[in-house]
Design a protein around this ligand. Structure first.
Ligand SMILES: [Zn+2]
Length: 137
């Protein structure tokens, strides 16, 4: 990834985050981005040898309303705008719900419920946005 591609991918992520941060009430958070040129870590899919490749990850300190989003631009350069937007909204959901984490890092599935909640909320917000575009709301 050359410097121009790096800046282009950063701009894509920031544009999506800036569009969503206000309506998702994230203005009060101090959110820092970390930019990785590499592809994201692979996560094995259940029941096969296929892997998901991480586009973004978030760390959030809800007590201080700080958040850090790491963007793996080597992966992001290969995703569509809709995929990127869904991923950014999903990470924003983690920022909003992270205070519900209990028993962090105890076993392989400790984050599964939060992942499910964030996925459903992100899909709901994306659908609401689409409905609004179509004048259905
Ligand atoms: Zn997630």
């Amino acid at each position: 990834m050359n410097d121009a591609e790096f800046e282009e991918q950063k701009a894509r992520v920031l544009a999506v985050f800036e569009k969503w941060s206000v309506p998702l009430w994230l203005e009060g958070y101090d959110t820092t981005f970390y930019w990785e040129r590499t592809k994201g870590p692979e996560r094995k899919m259940e029941g096969g040898d296929t892997h998901w490749q991480t586009t973004l990850k978030v760390n959030s300190n809800w007590t201080h309303m700080d958040a850090a989003i790491t963007a793996y631009l080597g992966t992001i350069m290969n995703v569509t705008e809709v995929e990127l937007e869904t991923a950014v909204v999903h990470e924003c959901m983690h920022i909003l719900v992270c205070e519900t984490r209990q028993g962090e890092d105890k076993g392989d599935d400790w984050l599964d419920h939060e992942e499910r909640v964030c996925t459903m909320l992100a899909k709901a917000f994306m659908t609401v946005r689409q409905y609004a575009k179509e004048g259905k709301l």
